[in-house]
Write a protein that binds this ligand. Structure first.
Ligand SMILES: C[S@@+](CC[C@H](N)C(=O)[O-])C[C@H]1O[C@@H](n2cnc3c(N)ncnc32)[C@H](O)[C@@H]1O
Length: 691
C-alpha cells in the first residue's frame, strides 16, 4: 500500500485499530527521509495534506461552502426513501469502500470542487471585550463563501407539481473501480520512488535503508524497547538532530497502542514512564505529524480515546465526499440525477436519511457550473449541513428565523421545506456575505425569504415571535479542518473563550425570539461545525440554566453520537444527551453538533429570573407572547475571558498582569504545548498595560 493510501477516507465506521494494522503491513515497503527540518520532511514524505490525496474527479467552478441544508421528507418524521422509478444506466454504483476514493477532491486546488465553499475562518483576535459585545465584524467570519453570479429567474411553473423524491437504480460496475485502484497503486508506487529519491538526498540515507529491516523487527517484537519519549525527557535532542516524519509516525502509532491499552504486547510502553507521559508524547507527535499547534491537539484529544483521536486527525487529512442537495422548488432528485448522469456524472443518493441529497463521485464537468446548478436545481452542500434543517423540520406556512444564514445553504433548504410558503428571515451580520446569500436565494427560486443584516444579538428586539429559529452559530470550525487547514494553527484558548461567549449570547436571543404559543412550532435548533465541548454542550447547558422554560428535545436525527452529559469534571443537564455529535472519522461527514430546544411558556420561575429584562416595544402578532429583550448574563464568562486575556498578553507580548483573584482559574495549560513563554520584560509601561 502506498503512503497516500493512508489518507483514504474511511467508510462511515470507526477507524480505530485499522490504521495500525495497515501501517505495520506497509512499513517494510516505505522509505522515508531523515531530515532535521520537519517542514521539509513533510514535503519529502508526502505528509497527508487535505486535498493532496487524489486528483479530484469532481470539479466545480465556485468554491462553495459545505454548510448546507439537507432535504428530508416534507412531512416531519417521514424518513422513508421512496422506490426509484426510473432506472438510470449511466450511474455506476460503487462499493462502499471505494466511494471515498472516487469522491476524493483536492481541497486546496483552485479548480477542484470543494465539498463546500472555502471556509473563511477569520477570527479577529481582538483583545478587547468590547469587540465581542459590540463589534459587529470582529467575529469569526464563519463558513462557506459562495461566489455566485446572480441566478436566472425561476421557472414560472415551479410550484405546479408536487415533487417526489424517487431515485433510479444504478448499475454496479466494480471492475472499473478495480482498474482505478491499480492506477492509484502505481501512482502511490511512484510517490514512493520520489520519497526514496528525496531520502537519498538526506544525510544518512544508506543507513536508513539498511535499517528498514530493523524497524520492521522493532514494530513487531519489542516496540516498547525501541522508543523514547523525547517530549517528556528533553525535546531538544530531537530538535538538534532532526527527526524523520516516518519515525514520528511509527512512534505515534505505537503510542496509540500503548495509551489505548488494547494490545498486551504494545501496552507496556517505555519502562518507568506513566501513561500520561506516553500521552504527552502522543500529543506531541500528532502535532508534529499532522501540523497542528499543540494547544489544539491537546484540546481535541480530550474528546477521544487515543485510537479514536488518531482516526479523527487522520480523517481531517482527506476531503469529505462531494454532496449536493436537490432543490425541490425547482426539480425532483431523480430528474436532477438523470440530468447530471447525462452529463457524465457518477452519483448516487446520499443515504436513506435524506430524500434530496446526492453524493457525486465524479463528474467530467465542474459540478458548480452546470446549467442545472446555474438554474438552481441544486445546492452544493455538505451532508452535515443538512442535519440542522432536518432537525428544525419547518412546516409550511411558518415564520422562521435563520439567525446566521450566509451564504444560505440552510436558508434555501428551509425555504424548500416550507414549499415557498410562510416566510424565512435570513439574517447575517456580515453584509458582504449577504450578497452571496441573496444570490443563492434568487438562484434557488426562494420566494419566501427576506434577507436582513443585523447582529443576531439584536433579535428579538428587531423582530420576534417566530415559529422556529435556526442558530447555525459562528464557530471555530474544528469540524471542518479538512476544508480549512488553517484552523490547525490559528486557534488559541482565547478564541474559544470569545466564541463560546458569543454563542451563549446568541442562543439566548434565539430562544427569546420564539413564540412559545406557536400552534405548529416553538423550536430552536442550535448547530455548529465544531466538535469542542465549549462551543456545544457548554453553550446548550448554559441556555438551559438561563432559560428554565426551555428544554431539549430529540433532534429526530437518525444517527449521530450523543452529546456529552459530563466532561472533565463538569456535569451538564442530563438531557444534553439528546444533542447529537457528528465526526468525520465516524460518519464520513464534517464534524458537527446539533441541539433542538422546545420553548415553553414562561413560568413564574422564568419570569422572576428575567423580570429585570427590558420589554421591547415591538408590535407583537395577536396571541403571541411579547418578546423579551435578551439580557446576557456575562458574569460567568467575564472571569474566564479576563483570565484568558491575561494569559494571552503574557504569551503573545510577554506582558505580565497580576492575576485577578476573583477571576475563574484558567484551565491548565497543555502539558506538552510549550505555549507559555517566559515574560520578556517585567517592566510594563502603563500604555502597554492598557493595550
Ligand atoms: C456557520 S456560518 C453560517 C452558515 C449558514 N448557516 C449556511 O448554512 O450557509 C456563520 C455565519 O454567522 C455569521 N455571524 C457571525 N456573527 C454573527 C452575529 N453576531 N450575528 C449574525 N450573524 C453572525 C457569519 O457572518 C457567518 O456567515
Amino acid at each position: 500500500m502506498g503512503r497516500k493510501a493512508r489518507n483514504k477516507q474511511a467508510p462511515p465506521t470507526p477507524l480505530p485499530g485499522s490504521d495500525l494494522d495497515k501501517s505495520k503491513k506497509s512499513k517494510g515497503k516505505k522509505k522515508a527521509p531523515s531530515t532535521a527540518n520537519p517542514a521539509k520532511a513533510v514535503k519529502a514524505t508526502s505528509l497527508p495534506t487535505p486535498g493532496k490525496a487524489r486528483k479530484p474527479r469532481v470539479k466545480a467552478v465556485d468554491r462553495v461552502d459545505d454548510d448546507s441544508d439537507a432535504e428530508e421528507a416534507l412531512q416531519q418524521g417521514d424518513w422513508s426513501d421512496e422506490e426509484d422509478e426510473v432506472p438510470v444506466k449511466n450511474a455506476k454504483k460503487q462499493p462502499k469502500e471505494k466511494k471515498g476514493k472516487k469522491a476524493k477532491a483536492a481541497a486546496d486546488s483552485d479548480d477542484d470542487l470543494d465539498n463546500g465553499p472555502a471556509k473563511e475562518l477569520v477570527f479577529t483576535d481582538s483583545e478587547d471585550e468590547a469587540d465581542i459585545n459590540g463589534g459587529k465584524e470582529s467575529l469569526p467570519a464563519g463558513l462557506h463563501d459562495f461566489d455566485l453570479d446572480e441566478a436566472p429567474e425561476e421557472d414560472d411553473d415551479e410550484d405546479d407539481e408536487v415533487l417526489g423524491d424517487e431515485f433510479p437504480e444504478f448499475d454496479v460496475e466494480d471492475d472499473e473501480f478495480m482498474e482505478e485502484d491499480d492506477e492509484a497503486d502505481s501512482a502511490f508506487a511512484s510517490d514512493e520512488e520520489d520519497a526514496d529519491g528525496d531520502a537519498a538526498m538526506a544525510e544518512g540515507d544508506d543507513e536508513d535503508d539498511d535499517e528498514d529491516g530493523a524497524i520492521q523487527t522493532n514494530l513487531e517484537d519489542d516496540l516498547e524497547e525501541s522508543y523514547t519519549l523525547p517530549a517528556v525527557d528533553g525535546i531538544e535532542e530531537e530538535h538538534e538532530h532532526g527527526v524523520s516524519l516516518r519515525d514520528v509516525e511509527q512512534r505515534m502509532r505505537w503510542l496509540v497502542g500503548v495509551c489505548s491499552g488494547k494490545d498486551d504486547k504494545t501496552s507496556i510502553g517505555v519502562p518507568g514512564k506513566s501513561r500520561s507521559d506516553h500521552l504527552v508524547q502522543l500529543e506531541h507527535d500528532i502535532a508534529t505529524y499532522f501540523g497542528y499547534n499543540h494547544f489544539l491537539v491537546n484540546k481535541l484529544m480530550r474528546l477521544f480515546t487515543a485510537d479514536e483521536a488518531l482516526a479523527f486527525f487522520e480523517s481531517n487529512e482527506s476531503p469529505r465526499p462531494v454532496t449536493i442537495r436537490a432543490n425541490t422548488l425547482r426539480t425532483r432528485r431523480r430528474d436532477l440525477a438523470q440530468a447530471l448522469i447525462n452529463r457524465g456524472a457518477n452519483l448516487e443518493p446520499i443515504g436513506k436519511w435524506s430524500k434530496v441529497g446526492l453524493q457525486v463521485f465524479e463528474s467530467p464537468v465542474p459540478i458548480g457550473a452546470t446549467p442545472e446548478y446555474l438554474a438552481g436545481h441544486y445546492m452544493l452542500q455538505a451532508a452535515s449541513s443538512f442535519l440542522p434543517v432536518i432537525a428544525l423540520a419547518p412546516q409550511p406556512g411558518e415564520r422562521v428565523l435563520d439567525m446566521a444564514s450566509a451564504p444560505g445553504g440552510k436558508t434555501t433548504y428551509i425555504s424548500a421545506l416550507l414549499q415557498n410558503t410562510g416566510v424565512v428571515f435570513a439574517n447575517d451580520s456580515n453584509k458582504a456575505r449577504t450578497k452571496s446569500l441573496t444570490a443563492n436565494v434568487h438562484r434557488m427560486g426562494c420566494k419566501n425569504v427576506v434577507v436582513c443584516n443585523y447582529d443576531a444579538r439584536e433579535f428579538p428586539r428587531v423582530m420576534g415571535g417566530f415559529d422556529r429559529v435556526l442558530l447555525d452559530a459562528p464557530c471555530s470550525g474544528t469540524g471542518v479542518i479538512s476544508k480549512d487547514a488553517s484552523v490547525k494553527v490559528n486557534k488559541s484558548e482565547r478564541d474559544f473563550q470569545l466564541l463560546a461567549h458569543l454563542q451563549k449570547q446568541l442562543i439566548l436571543c434565539a430562544l427569546d425570539s420564539v413564540n412559545a404559543n406557536s400552534a405548529t412550532g416553538g423550536y430552536v435548533v442550535y448547530s455548529t461545525c465544531s466538535v469542542t465541548v465549549d462551543e456545544n454542550e457548554s453553550v446548550v447547558d448554559y441556555a438551559l440554566r438561563k432559560r428554565p422554560h426551555c428544554k431539549l428535545v430529540s433532534t429526530g436525527l437518525e444517527f449521530g453520537v450523543e452529546g456529552f452529559t459530563s466532561f472533565e469534571g463538569k456535569h451538564f443537564n442530563p438531557t444534553v444527551n439528546l444533542t447529537r455529535r457528528y465526526y468525520p472519522h465516524k460518519h464520513n461527514m464534517d464534524g458537527f453538533f446539533v441541539a433542538k430546544f422546545k420553548v415553553g411558556k414562561r413560568g413564574k420561575k422564568a419570569t422572576e429570573a428575567e423580570e429585570e429584562e427590558e420589554v421591547t416595544g415591538d408590535i407583537v402578532p395577536e396571541g403571541q407572547e411579547e418578546p423579551k429583550k435578551a439580557v446576557f448574563d456575562a458574569a460567568e464568562d467575564d472571569a474566564i475571558i479576563k483570565e484568558g486575556k491575561r494569559v494571552h498578553l503574557l504569551k503573545t507580548k510577554g506582558i505580565k498582569i497580576a492575576k485577578d483573584k476573583s477571576a475563574a482559574p484558567a484551565k491548565a495549560a497543555p502539558s506538552s504545548s510549550g505555549q507559555i513563554k517566559t515574560a520578556k520584560s517585567k517592566k510594563v509601561t502603563e500604555k502597554r498595560r492598557q493595550k
